[in-house]
Design a protein. Structure first.
Length: 232
């Protein structure tokens, strides 16, 4: 049965390009009944040569496949990294479970964060109410939040630290620190701060996700409830 392309009424009575596009969209099996056209229709190629429609379709499918493969490779790499992160977190959790004192907690954090998380500096600080009141106005990495807001919001933050901040948090070890993650800790009325420093300025940036850091802070805060803390 012959199928006629409806005409939009142009000057010469022939169907317009829009008519043809609409017709092919409405009759997607058109080339099934006219397979000879697939090889005879030619379209320009980026290389300058003309190729048949079927060649062009094959090329498009090949490009799509390559794009899907790149996406798959990316997500497989992400999954691999997530698995490795979960394994490292599991090892750290086991080390913290075995810790009986504050010093053992600190040692476990330093060992695991240095070895498994490529941290260049690790500091765990606890504050009494009196000590904290002396530093409530000190700015943190984003230069808008203070210690007071930091503990009120109870969320990790990442970024660069000013020289005075580095000296205060990392002491002499902060001289080479280019970026840091600060994690708030809460345990039995005591506020704490875990600082992880890196020599890489892009290791900790304000835009990065902090889900892992939040979980780490929760694990440490829970651990601190079960160990003997130093006098504050």
């Amino acid at each position: 049965m012959n199928q006629q392309i409806p005409k939009s009424g142009d000057d010469n009575g022939a169907p317009s390009e829009l008519d043809i596009v609409q017709y092919l969209n409405e009759h997607k099996d058109f080339f099934v009944g006219h397979p000879e056209l697939l090889a005879s229709i030619t379209i320009p190629h980026e290389s300058g040569r003309a190729v048949s429609l079927i060649e062009r379709q094959v090329e498009m499918l090949r490009n799509q496949l390559q794009d899907y493969q790149r996406r798959l490779d990316h997500w497989m790499e992400v999954a691999k990294q997530n698995d490795a992160l979960q394994a490292r977190m599991h090892r750290l959790t086991l080390e913290l479970i075995d810790a009986a004192t504050f010093d053992e907690v600190l040692t476990a954090l330093e060992d695991e964060l240095h070895d498994d998380f490529q941290a260049d500096a690790v500091e765990l600080r606890l504050f009494s109410a009196a000590q904290l009141s002396e530093h409530l106005d000190q700015e943190l990495p984003d230069h808008t939040a203070t210690f007071e807001n930091f503990f009120k919001q109870n969320k990790p933050i990442c970024g660069t630290l000013a020289r005075g901040q580095l000296d205060y948090i990392f002491g002499a070890g902060g001289v080479d620190i280019a970026s840091a993650a600060l994690i708030p800790l809460k345990s039995e009325g005591v506020l704490g701060l875990l600082a992880i420093g890196s020599r890489d300025p892009k290791r900790f940036v304000p835009q990065q996700g902090t889900e892992f850091l939040t979980r780490l802070g929760e694990i440490i805060s829970h651990t601190l409830k079960a160990v003997s803390l130093p006098g504050l």
